[in-house]
Ligand binder design. Structure first.
Ligand SMILES: [Zn+2]
Length: 411
């Protein structure tokens, strides 16, 4: 067996015409191919297939042999890189609101430059551990945008009062418009912290640009109570953070509330959805929204996990994220997959679990032409996982990585 340090190594290939020869090549669409080759040319996958075939067609190339699995790098569908300096061990808390208050206070005491080294380091470490792309939610526009191209930076907005919506939106959309393409979007923090007017403005802005709208949704019972009745612990949070605030109780669940505002559609990513019922999930399914599950963060902050069985039964698309280091031990997506699969192996097969962190995530986020599969024209963002087992066990192995927090990386 391999040691913890051998679990996987990320291979970012930049050289011209290399053939990666894997005992197995696996992706969720193609399945598992034995003795396969991936031709990489200048950072892009030029060909993939049986090793002998691609080697013949590729002509003179450097061959690198990997005695294990080559697979696409993983996609982290929900994280906050900017919180990497704020490790969860610093935030012993009595409940979710207590955690938020401590986190926000500590963050407010730090400058962008204070936070930057840990952001850079955490992202690099996550990449070395097998993550190729991040849906990165954050409040610091310059810091997050400086962290590289392999992310959708979701510029998160907060503002519970409708009276402030226009000012907040004008400022944030003005900044986002400075960035070309769809690598920067706006994000809704949560139904208990963003006013209806601001939510709608963000959603229509993103839709016009073809970007995903990410929103923390139904993360705790406190949120459900507040959205429905306007009471409970979330009032303490708003009193502490905002002072004068207004919120009209919706009388319904957070999912139904967002749906009533037109926020849920195929370009919406509902993050967490721990406290949802069958009707909520049915709405998410009908609107074509996806859910980002962050098991380790949910267990830390609420002691519960989302009803993945209901998601599956209703056909809701599931993605997987680590959330931030402020609620998760690390940003290692193989460890996150392991945590997910160990909880849900009775109801979900390994291959769709792997798809949740690769091809399904890429398609949902809109980066399927670059990430998520081993295919011609995709970026050569490829992971190597040492593996001695049989072909039929490849996907199970990929999603059962209990030791993946301690990987080392080959150059
Ligand atoms: Zn989050």
């Amino acid at each position: 067996m391999y040691t913890l340090e051998d679990i996987c190594a990320l291979v970012y290939i930049r050289e011209v015409r290399a053939i990666l020869r894997g005992r197995f090549v696996a992706d969720s669409l193609r399945g598992v191919s034995a003795n396969a080759g991936i031709v990489v040319d200048d950072g892009v996958i030029a060909d993939v297939g049986g090793f002998d075939d691609v080697a013949r067609d590729a002509g003179t190339s450097t061959v690198r042999t990997y005695d294990g699995i080559l697979c696409p790098a993983l996609i982290n569908a929900h994280t906050h890189l900017e919180l990497s300096a704020l490790h969860r061990d610093r935030f012993h808390h009595t409940d979710f609101v207590d955690w938020v208050i401590k986190l926000v206070d500590t963050r407010a005491s730090m400058s962008s430059e204070d936070m930057r080294p840990d952001c850079v380091h955490a992202k690099q470490e996550a990449e070395e551990n097998g993550t190729g792309y991040f849906l990165n939610v954050g409040n610091d526009f310059e810091l997050n945008n400086s962290l590289g191209d392999n992310q959708l930076f979701a510029f998160e907005q907060i503002g519970i009062n409708d009276s402030s919506a226009e000012k907040i939106f004008n400022r944030s959309s003005g900044l986002a418009l400075r960035k070309e393409g769809t690598s920067t979007a706006l994000a809704v923090h949560a139904p208990y912290s963003v006013s209806p007017r601001l939510m709608k403005a963000i959603k229509s802005f993103n839709n016009r640009r073809g970007s995903m709208t990410s929103v923390h949704l139904a993360e705790t019972e406190d949120e459900v109570e507040f959205v429905k009745s306007g009471t409970g612990r979330m009032m303490d949070l708003l009193n502490y953070r905002v002072g004068k605030w207004e919120f009209k109780p919706s009388g319904v669940s957070p999912v139904k509330y967002l749906d009533s505002l037109g926020i849920l559609d195929q370009k919406t990513l509902c993050v967490h959805c721990v406290c949802v019922d069958e009707e909520d999930v049915n709405i998410i399914k009908d609107r074509g929204s996806a859910v980002a599950v962050c098991v380790r963060s949910n267990l830390e902050l609420s002691g519960k996990v989302p009803p993945v069985g209901t998601f599956l039964r209703q056909g809701v698309k599931i993605l997987i994220g680590t959330d931030s280091r402020a609620s998760s031990p690390d940003l290692n997506m193989f460890a996150e997959l392991g945590a997910f699969y160990s909880r849900f192996h009775d109801i979900m097969d390994p291959r769709p679990v792997f798809a949740a962190a690769t091809s399904d995530a890429a398609e949902t986020i809109g980066i399927g032409n670059c990430y998520g599969n081993i295919d011609r024209g995709r970026k050569a963002s490829i992971v190597y996982v040492p593996f001695e087992g049989k072909r039929e066990d490849v996907f199970e192995y990929l999603v059962s990585s209990p030791d993946a927090t301690k990987v080392t990386v080959e150059a």
